[in-house]
Design a protein around this ligand. Structure first.
Ligand code: DGP
Length: 114
């Protein structure tokens, strides 16, 4: 079954999409933890970092290239931001389609807790 993020990427359910290319899509988090909270997601559905293969290197590298562009777009590049990838139960991963959180727009402190 397609993940909720695959459905957003496919346009089957609404998402506030801020960036899209042939490898990744980015949209605003439904439950933002900071003024800017964007999820950057490979278009290919990979459940967790544990399932990553070398064939995924281009898409996973693109997550960071996209993060840089989106941070500039959002006006948070100069002050900085945090990129987070959660994995599995102890990593507090809720959606099993790899995603990178781009969080910023305020000082974040040493760690983000939820
Ligand atoms: P994680 O804990 O790393 O798996 O984070 C999942 C994030 O996904 C969480 O911050 C909330 C967000 N999220 C969950 N469902 C949806 C949704 O349907 N739309 C959007 N935009 N974000 C979602």
């Amino acid at each position: 079954m397609a993940s909720i993020f695959s459905k957003i990427i496919a346009g089957e359910i609404p998402g506030d999409i801020v960036y899209r290319d042939e490898l990744v899509t980015a949209f605003r988090d439904i439950n933002p933890q900071a003024p800017t909270h964007i999820l950057i997601v490979p278009n290919k559905e990979i459940p967790t970092v544990n399932e990553v293969t070398e064939a995924d290197e281009a898409a996973l590298g693109r997550l960071i290239v996209a993060a840089k562009k989106i941070a500039e777009q959002e006006g948070i590049a100069e002050n900085g931001y945090r990129l987070i990838v959660n994995c599995g139960k102890h990593g507090h991963q809720d959606v099993f389609h790899i995603h990178m959180h781009l969080v910023g727009g305020r000082p974040l402190g040493p760690m983000l807790y939820r």
